[in-house]
Write a protein that binds this ligand. Structure first.
Ligand code: HEM
Length: 147
């Protein structure tokens, strides 16, 4: 299980308080679909994903990105129990959606890039280290129900 120090928790919570989940969510999911195009196959009901601009401007990508980051934000209120916080979503992604858990790690790293891009100097090495832990913890919690 991932353990967070008080400093890491404070760094994560404080930066997350400034994140615009709608904007960052759409950008993170959009970038995932552009950078790792095989992830598009999970979203074949999302309409036009034929180019970078189509993906980044697709309203379904934006709406779903917001949903994903909202649940991510709820979960980091429960940093000491990410497995519990993601139990239901792990079941959904495993049993119903059959998403390869490697994709959770990819999305986590894309999210780190989006935050770095957005926050610049404020996203210093210490803040990044804390975030890398949280995205790894979320990815492992989401993969927990896979067998
Ligand atoms: C941080 C990682 C992730 C989180 C927190 C997350 C969260 C969510 C949430 C909250 C939903 C909506 C569940 C509902 O409607 O009840 C969802 C649906 C879904 N997720 Fe994820 N997800 C993550 C990563 C991924 C990845 C990497 C993929 C695929 C590459 C994926 C594929 C899907 C699909 C296909 C759906 C259903 C979409 C639809 O409504 O048609 N998720 N996810």
């Amino acid at each position: 299980m991932v353990h967070f120090t008080a400093e890491e928790k404070a760094a994560i919570t404080s930066l997350w308080g400034k994140v615009n989940v709608e904007e960052a969510g759409g950008e993170a999911l959009g970038r995932l679909l552009v950078v790792y195009p095989w992830t598009q196959r999970f979203f074949d009901n999302f309409g036009n994903l034929s180019s970078t601009s189509a993906i980044m401007g697709n309203p379904k990508v934006k709406a779903h990105g917001k949903k994903v980051l909202t649940s991510f934000g709820d979960a980091i209120k429960n940093m000491d129990n990410l497995k519990g916080a993601f139990a239901k979503l792990s079941e959904l992604h495993c049993d119903k959606l059959h998403v390869d858990p490697e994709n959770f790690r990819l999305l986590g790293n894309v999210l780190v890039c989006v935050l770095a891009h957005h926050f610049g100097h404020e996203f210093n090495p210490q803040v990044q280290a804390a975030f890398q832990k949280v995205v790894a913890g979320v990815a492992s919690a989401l993969a927990h129900k896979y067998h």
